[in-house]
Ligand binder design. Structure first.
Ligand SMILES: *[C@@H]1O[C@H](CO)[C@@H](O)[C@H](O)[C@H]1NC(C)=O
Ligand SMILES: *[C@@H]1O[C@H](CO)[C@@H](O)[C@H](O)[C@H]1NC(C)=O
Ligand SMILES: *[C@@H]1O[C@H](CO)[C@@H](O)[C@H](O)[C@H]1NC(C)=O
Ligand SMILES: *[C@@H]1O[C@H](CO)[C@@H](O)[C@H](O)[C@H]1NC(C)=O
Ligand SMILES: *[C@@H]1O[C@H](CO)[C@@H](O)[C@H](O)[C@H]1NC(C)=O
Length: 434
């Protein structure tokens, strides 16, 4: 019997590790180093533009990051997406100052019983030995590359933070209406969040996020943002005081912080309210556009690099009505459409709805798209021609692999015709609005 249980246990541990690796690849895109072109230190936090963005005085934002990425990501995030946020707390695996922002160590109460001899904490110890958070990104720079096993270590450590962040945010700013927990590569669209929060009731126990599954159990994907009401947070932090401390001992054999948070809330009687695609895990470039989402509001974007955060920040600044919620339709029409060319080499536009056989050239693939009146875009990889007929998207760079080369094309005329055919988005409906 014991043997049976232990082999099941071993299976579960292996499954959790594999899922962790998959989740990791989804969560951490490889990215070039980036130097901001904005001098965020000189800009004032509450500029006039923020007067349009009031109404979230009782909302706390927490950002979860790590010392290997914090300096690269946090400044731009604070200056773009979060520039008008009244209460932002940044939690990491090492305390530091970034400009005037205090970054807290989310792991500082975890007892040595848990950390000692636990390889999940190797990177934590290395960072502590280095002492200076500014040195961490250069000395441990390879931690961000998923091909490097040490990168997985940085990500593995991350799971220990989630419950502590919920508790620490309450301790720093107790009894607020909403706590919105995001990652350092999440972009919150402030005007959309304002409109949404106004339509929600903080006195209901609400746990709002983007639904995902691991080992058959639902959870809210952390990078898309986790919105917890006052009542839900109170239940976890006050009614069940000591939750994070008791889970410290159990995190090692669990996959992910966001997954554990969902199981804990479920144990306390709080069910996840799925708010995808308003809380969204894609970047503007990887969102598939189609009629189902077209008029839906967007509150978060994910995998947003500092370059993309600046691009999106500028898009927000040039909007005609800056306080209206941003809809998918607007992102496509006013941010993306002009950037989409007719053809692009070494690019994956993710067309995959229909495979066309016997195509031996890009030109043939483009012709196959032209011949199919539903086709918005095509992708030729040297051995396959795929058409995008159900939706369209820009996609992302994809360097050649051996003989395989990614060549994307779009039919802009057809996409434009589709766009102009959509009925205008008149009334905006948010998920779970009162
Ligand atoms: C949790 O319990 C501790 C110890 O009794 C107490 O000091 C702390 O204030 C409690 N925290 C909350 C949020 O109620
Ligand atoms: C701008 O958007 C806000 C929020 O949706 C709305 O109340 C307001 O009427 C809009 N202003 C204009 C000029 O359309
Ligand atoms: C593809 O080409 C092969 C060989 O030329 C031919 O036998 C086959 O019928 C073609 N298939 C289609 C779907 O045209
Ligand atoms: C496209 O349609 C034309 C005209 O019907 C036909 O000659 C051509 O073979 C088709 N091309 C492809 C790739 O399907
Ligand atoms: C794009 O679609 C239009 C309308 O169906 C068609 O006339 C045109 O040939 C297509 N363009 C390309 C480059 O395939």
């Amino acid at each position: 019997m014991f043997k049976f249980r232990s082999s099941i246990f071993r299976f579960l541990v292996v499954a959790v590790v594999l899922l962790a690796i998959v989740h990791f690849y989804i969560s951490v895109p490889v990215e070039d180093t980036y130097q901001s072109t904005w001098d965020w230190r000189l800009e004032s936090h509450n500029d006039d533009a923020c007067s349009l963005f009031s109404g979230l005085e009782r909302v706390v934002i927490t950002v979860k990051t790590g010392a290997t990425e914090s300096l690269k990501r946090i400044p731009t995030q604070l200056q773009t997406s979060l520039r008008c946020a009244p209460h932002v707390y940044v939690f990491s695996d090492m305390a530091q100052m970034i400009g005037e922002t205090q970054v807290y160590d989310a792991l500082d109460t975890i007892p040595t019983e848990v950390t000692e001899g636990n390889s999940d904490f190797d990177i934590y110890r290395k960072q502590q030995e280095l002492g200076d958070p500014a040195k961490v990104p250069s000395v441990l720079r390879d931690f961000k590359d998923p091909r490097n096993p040490e990168a997985l270590a940085a990500w593995t450590l991350d799971k220990y933070k989630s419950l502590h962040v919920v508790e620490k945010a309450w301790a720093l700013q107790p009894d607020m209406d909403w706590y919105f927990h995001i990652d350092a590569d999440t972009y919150v669209i402030w005007s959309s969040l304002i409109s949404w929060i106004q339509r929600l009731d903080a006195q209901k126990e609400s746990f709002i996020g983007s639904l995902s599954y691991i080992v058959g159990k639902p959870f809210a994907h952390g990078g898309s943002g986790l919105l917890l009401s006052n009542a839900a947070t109170r239940n976890l932090v006050v009614t069940h005081n000591g939750t994070a401390a008791s889970w410290d001992y159990k995190m090692h054999e669990n996959c992910c912080g966001d997954w554990v948070l969902a199981q804990v809330l479920n144990d306390y009687g709080i069910k996840l309210m799925n708010s995808w695609p308003t809380l969204n895990g894609e970047t503007p470039d990887t969102i598939p556009f189609a009629s189902d989402h077209w008029c839906q509001p967007v509150v978060t974007l994910h995998h947003i690099t500092p370059t993309e955060a600046e691009r999106f920040g500028k898009f927000e600044q040039r909007r005609e009505n800056k306080s209206a919620p941003v809809l998918y339709a607007e992102i496509f029409k006013d941010l993306l459409f002009d950037t989409i060319p007719d053809e692009l080499a070494d690019w994956d536009n993710m067309a995959k709805d229909e495979a066309v056989s016997n195509i031996t050239s890009v030109e043939g693939c483009i012709e196959a798209c032209a011949n199919n009146s539903d086709c918005f875009q095509s992708l030729y990889t040297g051995d396959e021609c795929s058409l995008g007929t159900k939706n369209f998207r820009f996609g992302e760079k994809h360097a050649p692999e051996g003989n395989k080369k990614w060549q994307s094309s779009w039919n802009r005329t057809r996409i434009a015709a589709w766009v102009s055919k959509q009925t205008p988005c008149n009334s905006v409906a948010f998920p779970f609005q009162e």
